[in-house]
Design a protein around this ligand. Structure first.
Ligand code: 13P
Ligand code: SF4
Length: 338
C-alpha cells in the first residue's frame, strides 16, 4: 500500500513495507531514474539495519528527497523532531539533520544512543553564541528571562530559562507573561516575534546563513515574474522579507500551508529541499525556486546514514551535569500545549 509520504501536521510515520523499487514512486517527480539506481542499495541496507538494531531515523524537512521519503521514520521541523525524540521507544536514534537537533534528542534520551551521520553538520546560529556570552547578557540584564532558540549548543541551553523553535516562539514568549525578554541568538527571529507579541526583545547578532541571504527585492521580483504566486517565508529571514511574504512559519507550517491550500504556484523562501520534498508528492503545484542550500544539512547522505548504522557513528555525548541543566529549558518548552 502506498502510504502517506509527506508530513502533514508535524511528523508522520513512514511505512517501509513496500519493495525497494516501489519506493521510487515516492520521489520519481524529483529524482531522475538513473540516480535511483545509485541510491537503492544504500536504502535497502539502511532499512535492514534499522530493523536489526531497533533504530529510528528522524529527518528534518531539509533532508534530500531520497532520505526524507525513503528511509526516515519521522519527518518534521525542529519542534516535531524534538517531540518524536522524546516519545520514541527505539534503542538508537539517527538524527538526519544538524548537530543541535541530535544534541536535543540526546538531552531528552540520556540512556539511548543518538547518532549523527556527520559530526560537522553544524549551524551558523548555534556557532554564533557561547554559554559565556549568555552569562554576560544575563549579568547586564538582571531578572530578564532568557528565551533561547533550539538552534544552539547544550552549553547555551544550560544558561536558559526556556527554549523555543520557529514553530512555537510566539507561544513560548507569551507564556512568560513579561514585557521584556532576552531572545537569542537569531536577531531576525527575535525581531519577527517581537512584532507579533509586543514583547521587547534584547537580541543577539546571530544569523542563519541560509535565510539571511533573501531580500525584499527577491520577493518583489518573484511576484513580478509569477502571476498568482503565493510566497511563504521562514521566520529566520530578515523582517522586511517577511513583510513581503504571504505567510511566515516553521518548515512544517509552510508544508502544512501548501498541503491545505494547494496554491497553483508557490515560492518557499527557505532551503531548497523543502520544495523538492513537497513537489515529490504534488507534481501539480509549480514551485518557483529562489532557494538557498544549507551546507550543514547537506552533509547528511544515504552513504553516511548507512555507515552510522553499521559502525555506530557518530555518537552524541554530553557531560551529564551540563545535560541536566540544558534539558530543563527544553522540557519547559515541550510542556507547553502542542
Ligand atoms: P524549523 O524548526 O522551522 O524546521 O527550522 C529549523 C532550521 O534550522 C531552519 O533553518
Ligand atoms: Fe542553521 Fe540556517 Fe542551516 Fe537551519 S538552515 S541549520 S538555521 S544554518
Amino acid at each position: 500500500m502506498q502510504t502517506e509520504l509527506l508530513t502533514r501536521k508535524d511528523a508522520k510515520v513512514h511505512d517501509h513495507a513496500p519493495a525497494i523499487d516501489k519506493l521510487y514512486d515516492r520521489i520519481r517527480h524529483v529524482v531522475p531514474e538513473i540516480e535511483w539506481h545509485l541510491f537503492k542499495d544504500d536504502i535497502r541496507e539502511i532499512l535492514r539495519l534499522k530493523k536489526e538494531r531497533n533504530a529510528i531515523i528522524l529527518a528534518h524537512n531539509y533532508m534530500t528527497p531520497e532520505i526524507f521519503h525513503c528511509v526516515s521514520d519521522f519527518v518534521g521541523d525542529s519542534l516535531a523532531l524534538a517531540r518524536q525524540a522524546e516519545a520514541t521507544e527505539a534503542d538508537i536514534i539517527v538524527m538526519c539533520g544538524v548537530h543541535f537537533m541530535a544534541e536535543t534528542a540526546k538531552l531528552l534520551n540520556p540512556q539511548k544512543t543518538v547518532l549523527i551521520p556527520d559530526l560537522n553538520a553544524g549551524c551558523s546560529l548555534a556557532e554564533s553564541i557561547t554559554g559565556e556570552d549568555v552569562r554576560k547578557l544575563k549579568a547586564a540584564n538582571p531578572g530578564v528571562p532568557v528565551v533561547t532558540y533550539i538552534n544552539t549548543t547544550a552549553g547555551v541551553k544550560a544558561e536558559t530559562d526556556i527554549c523555543c523553535t520557529s514553530g512555537n516562539a510566539v507561544e513560548v514568549v507569551e507564556s512568560l507573561g513579561v514585557d521584556k525578554v532576552i531572545m537569542i541568538p537569531d536577531e531576525y527571529l527575535a525581531r519577527n516575534i517581537a512584532k507579533k507579541t509586543n514583547v521587547e526583545m534584547i537580541t543577539w547578532p546571530g544569523r542563519c546563513e541560509v535565510h539571511e541571504q533573501f531580500t525584499r527585492q527577491d520577493l518583489q521580483d518573484i511576484r513580478t515574474n509569477n502571476e498568482d504566486v503565493v510566497i511563504l517565508a521562514h521566520p529566520e529571514c530578515p523582517p522586511d522579507v517577511l513583510d513581503e511574504a504571504d505567510f511566515a512559519g516553521s518548515t512544517s507550517a509552510m508544508l502544512n500551508y501548501v498541503e491545505d491550500k494547494r496554491p497553483n504556484t508557490v515560492a518557499l523562501i527557505t532551503e531548497c529541499s523543502m520544495s523538492d520534498n513537497i513537489a515529490a508528492r504534488h507534481p501539480e503545484i509549480a514551485f518557483v525556486r529562489p532557494c538557498n542550500l544549507c551546507p550543514h544539512m547537506k552533509r547528511i547522505s544515504l552513504k553516511n546514514i548507512r555507515t552510522a548504522l553499521e559502525d555506530n557513528l557518530f555518537e552524541v555525548v554530553i557531560d551529564p551535569t551540563l545535560a541536566e541543566k540544558a534539558r530543563r529549558p527544553v522540557d519547559r518548552m515541550l510542556a507547553l500545549k502542542k
